[in-house]
Design a protein around this ligand. Structure first.
Ligand code: HEC
Length: 163
């Protein structure tokens, strides 16, 4: 046990020509990364910086109509259902199937929400492809803003606004 085997590959790091130094640095970074960093990060994501925030978004009125475009594959036939009476419960605060360390919608954190990545990135690092159905970045920005604003629905809003 005196010479742990995991150290051996890196003994090549010290002397040697540049290529092996670079290779071993990459290996070191990978070896030292926590598992969440080892799993792929989303890539090919759209920059929505040009789309200003739309205030006051509510799930039933503003977001469900967008998700209606997804029902061909998420209509309740198993897996994630985005049907009107099921989507909110299936999304908000629910652990992702494809990326179990994240939530499908993590209120306040679009960048950490698998739903937002799934519609905003070509390689979402969760689902293996960008989810088709939205009309473009305007829709994507609405989903971003709704999550950012706390992923509210009428029920949640009513809870804070006495009748
Ligand atoms: C062509 C069929 C299809 C359409 C249309 C589609 N999806 Fe998907 N979706 C899938 C499949 C298949 C998976 C599982 C992906 C995988 O395992 O890589 C998935 C996974 C997901 C996930 C990840 C679920 C999890 O728990 O990790 C989300 C979120 C999602 N879809 C949202 C949407 C949204 C929002 C739309 C509409 C804009 C949509 N999808 C449209 C087929 C589709």
């Amino acid at each position: 046990m005196r010479a742990p085997t995991f150290r051996r590959p890196f003994s090549a790091c010290l002397p040697g020509p540049a290529p092996s130094t670079i290779a071993c640095c990459v290996a070191l970074v990978l070896a030292l990364s926590p598992p969440s960093l080892l799993a792929a990060s989303p890539s090919g994501c759209d920059d929505l910086g040009a789309f200003p925030e739309t205030p006051g978004l509510v799930f039933e009125r503003d977001i469900q109509p967008l998700l209606d475009n997804c029902l061909g594959c998420h209509g309740g036939q198993g897996g994630l259902s985005l049907a009107p009476d099921e989507a909110y419960k299936a999304l908000v605060g629910v652990v992702s199937n494809t990326r179990p360390e994240l939530l499908r919608v993590d209120p306040g954190k679009p960048g950490q929400s698998v739903l937002f990545r799934a519609i905003n990135c070509n390689t979402p690092a969760g689902p293996s492809f960008r989810m088709p159905g939205l009309s473009g970045p305007t829709d994507q920005a609405l989903i971003r803003d709704w999550i950012e604003q706390g992923a509210g629905d009428f029920i949640l809003r009513d809870r804070f606004e006495p009748p």
